[in-house]
Write a protein that binds this ligand. Structure first.
Ligand SMILES: *Cc1c(COP(=O)(O)O)cnc(C)c1O
Length: 386
């Protein structure tokens, strides 16, 4: 008898006209940035999200670096961010010589809470970077109020949160700036890819220059200046046509992709909810009034040993599950370039106990049922048994 195929944690498959558009891009003889598909992608993002300006970048990491450049972060400035986060929000800060100040996450959203942020503000604080974890939002209105009152920039790392919303407003449109990722593990993909969303009108002109290697080439191409020259700091961050062509095909299928992912998520939730207690697991959390995009489905176990047992049990049953971030405040570079503020109780606990299940567009309903069955076959730890 053949053992069933392992269900991988992630899988990359085209969802629409990816091949056709990449072929078209090749035949248009323009493969660098500023091409037709890149413009169509930027227009799509601007219309869909209602952001003032979207600039496609090579990665979300580049968009975060551009954001930190655009707000003029300087050595000694501080930026408050969660310790439970992807590393490149911190590297973007540290590359400017500024200090990432890590704070604990809130148990209700697994990301920043305005009260925790308020306690970490000093007279050196210049900005707050919030990560919308798992595609669910933070208390973004509270963070926005706080930042407005204290004169701080709010940057949303919305890498995981395209098509998520809070009180009906799309995440990624509430901060001064926001970043998206189209990495192959995200909801819509380009292999590697990202975008910077500029919601603050006053930053648009400067960022257009910074994104064009610090030159006014964009204005030159529009016939607004006679030649283009070096004007400001900047870098080469704009996405080329081949990934943009792939990405545009994904954008065209976005509603289908988003709808299907939500259905997968719902099936995990209804499948696991009846057994969660017995297995000692808790299901994804989110704050009221937030609507997620089913970016990932996680469970929280009792402790690290319980999590590791579940991981290897699932592997034995042909399911590749994975844990997530190692807290930044306790990482070698986090200690060198950043500092922690306050206790990290929730961060440390979630880092030890969170486990992510496979969730991607080519996952079938049968696959989800198999994963749920595999969890059902997991033995409850003796010490937790009734
Ligand atoms: C994926 C991710 C990133 C990095 O995205 P890249 O496009 O790979 O640079 C940054 N932040 C968060 C929260 C992410 O999930």
């Amino acid at each position: 008898m053949n053992a069933p195929k392992t269900i991988p944690f992630n899988q990359v498959r085209p969802v629409g006209k990816e091949y056709q558009y990449m072929q078209e891009a090749v035949s248009l003889h323009h493969l660098s940035s500023g091409g037709q598909f890149a413009s169509r992608c930027e227009d799509w993002l601007e219309r869909r999200l209602g952001t003032r300006r979207a600039i496609l970048t090579h990665t979300c990491t580049h968009a975060l670096e551009l954001a930190c450049l655009a707000i003029d972060l300087k050595p000694g400035d501080e930026v408050i961010m969660p310790s439970f986060a992807f590393v490149t929000a911190a590297t973007a800060i540290a590359l400017r010589g500024a200090v990432p100040v890590f704070v604990d996450i809130s148990p209700d959203s697994l990301t920043l809470h305005p009260d925790t942020v308020a306690r970490a503000i000093t007279d050196r604080t210049k900005a707050v970077i919030v990560i919308h974890y798992a595609g669910y939002g933070a208390w973004i209105d509270g963070l926005k109020d706080l930042c407005d009152r204290r004169g701080l920039y709010l940057i949303e790392d919305a890498a995981q949160a395209i098509d998520s919303s809070y009180l009906g407003k799309p995440l990624g449109t509430l901060g001064h700036l926001a970043t998206l990722s189209f990495h192959e593990t995200k909801n819509l993909i380009a292999g590697e890819g990202g975008a910077l969303l500029i919601n603050d009108e006053t930053l648009v002109d400067r960022i257009e220059i910074m994104a064009e290697k610090g030159t006014d080439r964009a204005q030159f191409l529009q016939g607004r200046v006679e030649k283009y020259v070096w004007q400001d700091l900047g870098s080469s961050v704009r996405m080329g046509e081949l990934p943009a062509a792939y990405l545009f095909a994904q954008f065209e299928e976005a509603d289908h992709v988003f709808g299907y992912r939500r259905e997968l998520w719902r099936r995990y939730h209804t499948g696991l909810a009846p057994m969660a207690n017995e297995k000692g697991l808790s299901l994804p959390r989110h704050i009221p009034d937030s609507s997620g995009n089913a970016h990932l489905f996680y469970v929280l176990t009792q402790d690290r040993a319980h999590r590791d047992r579940l991981l290897s049990h699932l592997a034995d049953h042909g399911v590749q599950a994975v844990f997530h971030y190692v807290p930044l405040h306790s990482s070698p570079a986090g200690k060198k370039f950043g500092r922690a503020h306050g206790p990290m109780t929730v961060t440390d606990q979630v880092a030890d106990t969170l486990l992510r299940l496979p969730l991607y567009h080519s996952l079938s309903f049968d696959d989800v049922a198999r994963v749920v069955e595999a969890v059902a076959a997991f033995e409850t730890p003796a010490k937790d048994a009734p």
